[in-house]
Design a protein around this ligand. Structure first.
Ligand code: DQA
Length: 145
């Protein structure tokens, strides 16, 4: 099984940015946790972070050609603005799960809207880094059915 984990803008600043919201662990810590989990579960994983909307769109399109089995996406701020990412997820029509480290529904009103989430089977928010592992586990059990 092959999974793509996509992270949007400013997530490379985990451990530096708003620690009271996103915690003190770094982006590299997140990558390590996902890689270790996937290794144990015998899942092949590619983890990508970009601050650019178009790069995220192109990476979603590439997943179609790579025959990726599922996408875990934290579009970060683009969650609340990007119809392009929503359309890309719809275009490739691959199973996708939306993840947010923070509890977006309990924050500012503008964070309550998720475009990407409209193309995702599931949203996991407010569970920190564990949300990514839960999303991968969901995609795996779906793949194995
Ligand atoms: C986030 C929540 C978004 O609202 C915010 O713009 C982010 C991170 C999260 O993981 O909690 O950058 O997606």
């Amino acid at each position: 099984m092959q999974i793509l984990v996509l992270n949007g803008p400013n997530l490379n600043f985990l451990g530096i940015r708003e620690k009271q919201i996103y915690g003190t662990q770094t982006y590299q810590d997140l990558v390590t946790q996902i890689e270790q989990y996937c290794q144990a579960e015998e899942i092949s994983v590619e983890i990508v972070q970009s601050n650019h909307e178009g790069v995220l769109v192109e990476r979603i399109q590439q997943a179609y050609f790579d025959k990726t089995d599922g996408i875990v996406i934290n579009p970060a701020a683009y969650t609340h603005t990007s119809i392009a990412i929503l359309d890309a997820l719809k275009a490739v029509s691959l199973p996708a799960v939306e993840v947010h480290i923070s509890a977006v529904e309990q924050r500012e009103d503008f964070r309550k809207v998720s475009y990407a989430g409209m193309a995702c089977e599931k949203t996991i928010a407010g569970k920190g880094f564990a949300g990514y592992l839960e999303a991968i586990a969901y995609l795996k059990q779906k793949y194995e059915k």
